[in-house]
Design a binder for this molecule. Structure first.
Ligand SMILES: [Zn+2]
Length: 153
């Protein structure tokens, strides 16, 4: 259904090798299942290029680290205008197509990376998005919560 090759978005990407219908379960997101504390410990030194993009939150307690025992799903890139979406089913994560995907098209989903309140400009830069969608929000981080409010200086 797909192949791995280099992507204009980032590094390697996953591309459809045939037409994929809407709602197709494409792949399970596999990796080592660890606690969120272990994930924090493992990636405390957040200086490598994109350490957190391999972590997928299952629930409050469990995170999948695709750096250990991950499958092709870890190569699916982020896009702000994605054609796939990840769903949790019985504590497992599956990637589904959300529209009809043409042969040769890159598969993407919105990483929607959690913010932890300490995100500064450097973090924004590190998780910058290069998806080139018209609606690109410029970052793989989740949209900021809440509406902007005026404040005095
Ligand atoms: Zn984008």
């Amino acid at each position: 259904m797909f192949e791995i090759r280099s992507s204009s978005i980032h590094g390697l990407g996953v591309f459809a090798t045939r037409r994929i219908r809407t709602g197709t379960r494409i792949i399970e997101y596999i990796g080592e299942r660890i606690t969120s504390e272990e994930a924090d410990r493992r990636y405390a030194d957040d200086t490598s290029e994109h350490p957190h993009v391999l972590l997928f939150v299952v629930d409050k307690h469990t995170v999948i680290d695709a750096a250990v025992g991950g499958n092709e799903a870890r190569f699916i890139n982020h896009s702000c205008e994605p054609n796939c979406k990840a769903f949790t089913e019985k504590k497992r994560i599956f990637i589904y197509s959300m529209k009809t995907i043409a042969e040769g098209e890159e598969l993407t989903y919105d990483y929607n990376l959690t913010r932890d309140g300490r995100d500064d400009e450097e973090t924004e830069k590190r998780y910058a998005c290069h998806c080139r969608a018209k609606t690109c929000r410029g970052t793989m981080l989740a949209p900021r919560k809440g509406r902007k409010r005026k404040i005095t200086e």
